[in-house]
Design a protein around this ligand. Structure first.
Ligand SMILES: C[S@@+](CC[C@H](N)C(=O)[O-])C[C@H]1O[C@@H](n2cnc3c(N)ncnc32)[C@H](O)[C@@H]1O
Length: 445
C-alpha cells in the first residue's frame, strides 16, 4: 500500500475508535519503510491540529459544500495539513494521490471538490493560517495549537499565564526516547546507533534515558531485541525516579501496571525487591509479560488480573505505584486522537474512578509506607482534585513532597508536581506521594 492511501486507511480506523499508533504498528510488516514513514507523518500532522485544518478548508470551500463523504473529509484534512505543515512535500504529488484515492473509493464529486479546494489552500492557506496564529483571541490560539477550546479554557483557569506555554508546547513534535538498562550498556547502544547513522545521546534529565533527534520504530533501534533498550518518554522515567526518591522499604505493588513499561523500569530501579502487579486488562498483562521477558530482568513479578478496587495483594506493600487510568492529556503530542475524543463528562468519571483507586491504595499500603499517585494528565480535576479529596478524609495521610530536581517540574497547587511537556522527549505527567503515618514510626528509614 502507498503512503497516502495508508494514511487515509489509518484515519478511517481512528474514526472507529482505534489508536493511530496501534494501526500503524499493525501495517509495519506489510509496507515499505518509506511508505510507512510517509503515512505516519501525514496521519500525525493531520490529527494534531484536526480542527484547524477543517477550519481552513471550510473557509476556502466556496460555496460551502454539504454532504461530504467521510473519505472526502479525511482527504481534505490530510491535503490541507500536508500542504501547510509539511514543507518538503511536493503538493502536486499529494493532491494527485488523494484525488486518486477518492476516485477509487467511488467519490467523483469529492475528488473534483478536493482538487479545487486544495488549489485554494495552496494559494491562500498560509495567509489564513498566519492570521489565525497571530490572533489574540483565545479560541483562535487554541485552534492554532490543536487543543480543543474547552480544554484550553480549563488550562487557563487552572494554570493562568502558564496555559499559553502549554498551547505552545502542544505544537512540539515528539521524538523517540529510550530507556537503556543496565546503564553500563548506554555507550555500546549509542555506538551501535551511531554506526547505523542514528543521532542519539544520553538524556541529561533521567539516568537511563537516551534521546534521538527523530522518531524510529522501536524494534529497529539497537539493543531492542537483546532487551537493553525500551521506548519510554522521559516524563514516564521521571516518575520512576521520583518513586526511588520516596521509597522507604518493603515490597512494591503496581496497582495499574498496563503494558508494563513502568514495571520494567521499576525492576531496574529496585533490583531484588518483591514486585506485584494488578491490571484489569488480560491483553495488557500478556503484553507486559512479553515485555518483561524481552528485558530479561529475571523472575517475572506476580500478576493479578482484575479490578484493583477488589483485588488484595499477596504481601503488604511498603510502596504502591498507582499510575491511574486518565485522560492522557499530557501525551497528546504522541497520541493526538485522544484530545478529540475527550469530554468534560469523561474527565468527571475518570476523577471518580481515580479517587476510588487512590482510597483503595492508601488502605492497602503498610503504615509508614508511601503511595505514589501518577497520571499522564494535565487536568487538575484528575490530579490535585483527587489527592485533595483523599487527604481530606484521613488525618493519618500526609503529602511526602518531592525534591525539585528539574526545571521541567512545576509545583502542583497545593499538592504534587507536574512534569511540563516542554521538550520533544517529555510527555506531561503529574505525581504526588502520600505517606501513611504510623505514629512515631514514620521517620525516614
Ligand atoms: C495509565 S495506564 C498504566 C500504564 C502503565 N503503568 C505503564 O506505564 O505502562 C492505566 C491502566 O489501568 C488499567 N485499569 C483501569 N481501571 C482499572 C482497575 N479498576 N483495576 C486495575 N486496572 C485498571 C487500564 O487497563 C490501564 O492499563
Amino acid at each position: 500500500m502507498r503512503g497516502v492511501e495508508a494514511a487515509l486507511l489509518v484515519l478511517s480506523q481512528v474514526r472507529e475508535g482505534r489508536f493511530a499508533s496501534e494501526v500503524i504498528r499493525g501495517m509495519a510488516d506489510s509496507m515499505k519503510a518509506s511508505d510507512l514513514t510517509l503515512a505516519s507523518t501525514l496521519v500525525y500532522a493531520t490529527l494534531r491540529r484536526l480542527l484547524l485544518w477543517k477550519e481552513v478548508y471550510s473557509r476556502l470551500l466556496k460555496p460551502p459544500a454539504g454532504g461530504l463523504s467521510r473519505l472526502a473529509e479525511d482527504a481534505l484534512c490530510v491535503g490541507t495539513a500536508g500542504m501547510l505543515e509539511l514543507r518538503n512535500f511536493a503538493p502536486k504529488v499529494l493532491v494527485n494521490a488523494l484525488v486518486q484515492a477518492l476516485k477509487e473509493g467511488g467519490d467523483e464529486r469529492g475528488a473534483r471538490l478536493l482538487n479545487a479546494v486544495l488549489r485554494r489552500v495552496s494559494e491562500e492557506g498560509a495567509g489564513l493560517l498566519a492570521t489565525i496564529g497571530s490572533s489574540g483571541n483565545w479560541r483562535d490560539q487554541a485552534l492554532y495549537a490543536g487543543i480543543p477550546a474547552w480544554v484550553a479554557t480549563i488550562w487557563r483557569n487552572s494554570f493562568g499565564d502558564d496555559a499559553k506555554g502549554l498551547l505552545r508546547m502542544a505544537r512540539i513534535r515528539p521524538y523517540s526516547s529510550f530507556r537503556v538498562l543496565p546503564e553500563e550498556e548506554m555507550n555500546s547502544v549509542i555506538d551501535q546507533a551511531r554506526s547505523k547513522g542514528l543521532r542519539c545521546w544520553p538524556s541529561p534529565l533521567v539516568s537511563s534515558g537516551l534521546r534521538m533527534s527523530s522518531t524510529i520504530y522501536p524494534g529497529n533501534f539497537p539493543g531492542y531485541s537483546e532487551g537493553l533498550s525500551t521506548p519510554q518518554t522521559e516524563g514516564s522515567m521521571m516518575i520512576g525516579e521520583l518513586m526511588k526518591e520516596v521509597y522507604r522499604g518493603g515490597p512494591i505493588l503496581e496497582m495499574c501496571s498496563g503494558r508494563g513499561i513502568k514495571t520494567g523500569h521499576l525492576m531496574g530501579l529496585f533490583p531484588g525487591v518483591a514486585l506485584e502487579c494488578m491490571e484489569m486488562s488480560p491483553r495488557r498483562i500478556s503484553s507486559a509479560q512479553r515485555e518483561l521477558r524481552r528485558l530479561r530482568h529475571g523472575d517475572l513479578p506476580d500478576f493479578s488480573q482484575g479490578d484493583a478496587l477488589q483485588l488484595s495483594p499477596r504481601r503488604v506493600p511498603g510502596l504502591i505505584s498507582l499510575d491511574a487510568p486518565c485522560s492522557g492529556s499530557g501525551t497528546w503530542s504522541r497520541h493526538p486522537e485522544g484530545k478529540w475524543r475527550l469530554t468534560a463528562e469523561k474527565i468527571d468519571s475518570l476523577a471518580s474512578l481515580q479517587k476510588s483507586l487512590l482510597k483503595r491504595a492508601v488502605s492497602l499500603v503498610e503504615p509508614g509506607g508511601v503511595v505514589v499517585y501518577s497520571t499522564c494528565s494535565l487536568m487538575k480535576t484528575e490530579n490535585e482534585g483527587v489527592v485533595a479529596e483523599v487527604l481530606s478524609e484521613d488525618p493519618s495521610l500526609v503529602e511526602r513532597p518531592f525534591a525539585f530536581t528539574s526545571k521541567h517540574m512545576r509545583k502542583g497547587r497545593p499538592w504534587g508536581v507536574y512534569i511540563w511537556p516542554e521538550l520533544p522527549w517529555l510527555d506531561g505527567f503529574y505525581a504526588a506521594a502520600i505517606l501513611k503515618r504510623s505514629g512515631g514510626k514514620d521517620v525516614d528509614r
